[in-house]
Design a protein around this ligand. Sequence first.
Ligand code: AMP
Length: 278
Amino acid sequence: MKTVTTIAAVRAWRHAHESAVGLVPTMGYLHAGHVSLVERARRENPRVAASLFVNPTQFGPNEDLARYPRDLARDQELLAAAGCDLLFAPSVEEMYPEASQVFVDPGPIAAPLEGGRRPGHFRGVATVVLKLFGIVEPTRAYFGEKDAQQLAVIRRVVRDLDVPVGIVGCPTQRAEDGLALSSRNTYLSPTQRAAAPVLHRALGAGAAAWAGGERRGDALRRAMLDVLDREPLARADYVSAADPATLQEIDAAAGPVLLSMAVFFGKTRLIDNRLLTP
Ligand code: AMP
């Protein structure tokens, strides 16, 4: 695997062959969730590129940009082992030279849930992903369902701006106790880590209510909150039962429902979700 840091080097690699390219954008500190995306891209494309960029424009002023975990050497090993051909690991200056002024406004789908708690987050995500698409010119790009709203925003950007990249959503990879893998799990103390599977259990309670015929949004949200409330180390930021197309909260479900939540353990904020289908 080759590692490059400049846009020019990515373009040279891209234009050396005609073949399809699968792209996996990441912020690094990789785990088995990221690896599953690279392996999927490997199966579906003759060439695979990954990017590693902790994108400052998607972090709020009081968020964890400065302390976001990093380990380039380990990430390179994991990517190479998973079959990645090219790693693009640019500096902030390479991605945002002083003159850059244009940002992508992803519209109403970015307003609720994560967008409501993290103003500007999806503007930063949509902008950096569109830039990566312009740099790498991938045939397909791979994103985790773990970040369900991010996936919805990217699908919307690609559709509304006619971007010729296939978007592939990939299932959430979990630890044995159900906790969704995340680079941010490394912030958890041992006791917080032991408590963190409560997100998965709360989603399970929502899903059990759904399986029992519950279709009221309030009751689904209540079923999840009841589980979170019983875990003293967990503080719910939001709990949602929303229309997966619009991400608006539902009163009574007529079709599928996306359960999602953000939960604090101390300063660490974890998210998870589960799609319910009739
Ligand atoms: P990040 O490095 O957190 O920006 O994540 C890079 C990509 O990996 C995003 O598309 C995430 O949705 C995806 N991802 C993160 N965690 C998981 C997971 N546990 N399972 C599957 N995909 C994941």
